[in-house]
Design a protein around this ligand. Structure first.
Ligand code: AMP
Length: 124
């Protein structure tokens, strides 16, 4: 295997939507990927650029990812930065909803990379 080929994730959940996208059994518009992280367009975009950056390994939320594999979290952030340079002006907001009351609906950690316009601020 070369470094450009995706890793086969060890941590997976057969019921998880984003694990299915990682596996290629559910389609997505992929905009960037590394062996560890995949990025695809949000199906319901909230800004001109709205991409989800997702580690291939299944972690439930950002705290679990940070505790379990901090280097992988750094890889998620690095790919978000790269995408913002490729698809927008390099400036971006990176949002990790954590828990249903915070708006999380898919329980495989993902960062929302949002930008491509001047953003307002109304987090609630
Ligand atoms: P969250 O609510 O923070 O868990 O974010 C989940 C995001 O996944 C939402 O913004 C949805 O629009 C998005 N989403 C749900 N299903 C898909 C899909 N099949 N492909 C791409 N994005 C999706």
């Amino acid at each position: 295997m070369t470094s450009s080929q995706p890793n086969s994730p060890t941590l997976t959940d057969p019921e998880c939507l984003f694990c299915k996208i990682v596996a290629g059994t559910v389609p997505a518009t992929v905009v960037a990927e590394t062996p560890e992280v995949i990025a695809f367009r949000d199906i319901n975009p909230q800004a001109p650029m709205h991409v989800l950056v997702v580690p291939r390994e299944h972690y439930g939320d950002i705290a679990q990812l940070a505790a379990g594999d901090p280097a992988l979290l750094a890889g998620v952030v690095a790919l978000a930065d790269e995408i913002a340079g490729d698809l927008a002006d390099g400036q971006f907001r990176l949002i990790f909803n954590s828990g249903p009351h915070a708006g999380q609906s898919v329980f495989h950690v993902h960062g929302h990379v949002i930008g491509g316009e001047r953003l307002g601020w109304s987090p609630a």
